[in-house]
Design a protein. Structure first.
Length: 58
């Protein structure tokens, strides 16, 4: 039981050292991530569509 207490204590101590991003940064990073996901989803959709059209011609 002592090992578990010591482990959790050290985890809490280490988490105190972490520099957490601000709310503004998290919103900015989230918007950037969503934009990249939408962009690449569209990109791969167009590639798939082009391959399907080419395949149907053959």
């Amino acid at each position: 039981m002592k090992k578990i207490k010591k482990f959790l204590s050290e985890v809490k101590k280490e988490l105190g050292k972490v520099k957490w991003p601000s709310r503004k940064d998290m919103v900015k990073y989230s918007i950037a991530t969503i934009c990249f996901v939408i962009f690449f989803a569209g990109f791969f959709y167009l590639i798939d569509l082009a391959v399907a059209v080419i395949k149907s011609m053959v």
